[in-house]
Design a protein around this ligand. Structure first.
Ligand code: PLP
Length: 377
């Protein structure tokens, strides 16, 4: 059996979680959280980095900090996770979906400006598979229209665009440390801020200035702004620290696995059976995902069933948000859905996790190759 995903684990997590327990500090913002904050700021160049309880809550926090509210519109791709749109819908805004580029599955940067109205407040690009969106063009549109940019970099930890860490390029960046991501704390995430904002700590700590109090900067803490509890437990931060410390090693292993897939499946791509992922110049990815594209939905279903019979897990991805029940209720698609639906139906993700072995990858490559050799429909 080769599962589709196994949550990352390095072996150091046990010790760190025990340390957190025995230090009698298991609520948020203890020593492990601080280590993670320092690591995140140092590795991304962000002015401020704060752990959150999920990638979703990092997006929620970004929506609050941006001041997105009722009547506003936010531009994002439809090919993404529900969390990207939820943050804005919960704030009372309307998600406006635009089409993706078929080569990267990222928002098509050339279609964004046409979707801007006088109600548009922000653009939320999603770096699919840890491959950067065309941020130069996106930032230029944002500047021309006075919009905020919130990067959904849930899949983008350790990846970069033109030398800048994903998540540190727009006004806000959101990471996820869910168990399906490259670095994990079970459930968790982080928000990165390009410019330090004293409101961020308060929004994250029930609207209070408790962080300043803990640093001895004020002698009591009080309710200052509207906020909620976005900070994770030290137990989760301790688990994450066991991985951030070894981030280079995890990243290198994933890139190695990704390249083995790419090289192993190249003959099938040459013969026109499948398409392989594309990494634009200037983008350094992080091996978050390895996907292939089949001819169509029917072939993807057949291939996924064939792999399952051989004990190999695979997974398709998002049902485009504009076609889902909540998307129909809360959002709208601007322009033509030329690629979003069509390309999403062809995409199949292959097993990818820290600890996946070369021989397992060879088995998956062999199984995919056999499927096309037996010339299924
Ligand atoms: C994983 C993910 C999220 C949300 O992360 P959670 O930590 O599960 O809340 C948001 N956007 C994208 C693109 C993701 O892949």
């Amino acid at each position: 059996m080769i599962p589709f995903n196994i949550p990352p684990y390095t072996g150091r997590e046990d010790e760190y979680v025990l340390q957190a327990i025995h230090s009698h500090k298991i609520c948020g913002d203890g020593a492990f959280t601080q280590k993670c904050h320092d690591w995140l700021a140092r590795h991304t160049g962000a002015a401020q980095a704060l752990l959150t309880t999920s990638g979703s809550s990092a997006l929620d926090m970004a929506a609050i900090l941006c001041g997105v509210g009722p009547g506003d519109e936010v531009i994002l791709p439809s090919y993404t996770f529900s969390a990207t749109a939820n943050a804005f819908v919960l704030a009372g805004a309307t998600p406006v979906f635009v089409d993706i580029r078929p080569d990267t599955m990222n928002i098509d940067e050339t279609l964004i400006e046409d979707a801007v109205t006088d109600r548009t407040r922000a653009i939320c690009p999603v770096h699919y598979a840890g491959v950067g969106c065309e941020m130069d063009q996106i930032l230029a549109v944002a500047r021309r229209h006075g919009l905020k940019v919130i990067e959904d970099a849930a899949q983008g930890v350790m990846a970069s665009y033109k030398g800048q860490a994903l998540g540190s390029i727009g006004d806000y960046g959101c990471f996820s440390f869910h168990e399906s991501k490259n670095y994990s704390m079970g459930e968790g995430g982080a928000i990165l801020l390009r410019q330090e904002d004293p409101r961020a700590e308060m929004v994250r700590e029930k609207g209070t200035n408790r962080a300043r109090f803990l640093r001895g900067q004020v002698d009591k803490y009080t309710w200052e702004v509207a906020g909620t509890s976005f900070l994770p437990s030290e137990l989760n931060a301790a688990y994450l620290w066991g991985q951030l410390e070894l981030a280079d090693q995890i990243n290198a292993a994933r890139l190695h696995s990704w390249q083995l897939y790419y090289d192993g499946l190249a003959p099938l791509a040459r013969d026109g059976h499948i398409e392989l992922p594309y990494i634009p110049d200037g983008c350094v990815h992080n091996g978050h995902m390895f996907y292939i594209k089949t001819r169509d939905l029917a072939q993807r279903t057949a291939l996924s069933g064939y792999l399952k019979q051989r004990g190999i897990g695979s997974a398709f991805h998002y049902v485009p948000l504009h076609s889902a029940a909540a998307g129909l209720r809360y959002g709208r698609f601007h322009g033509e859905d030329k690629y979003t639906t069509r390309e999403s139906e062809r995409l199949l993700r292959l097993p990818m996790y820290y600890g996946l072995t070369d021989s397992q990858i060879a088995q998956v490559v062999e199984a995919v190759t056999a499927f096309y050799r037996e010339s299924r429909p």
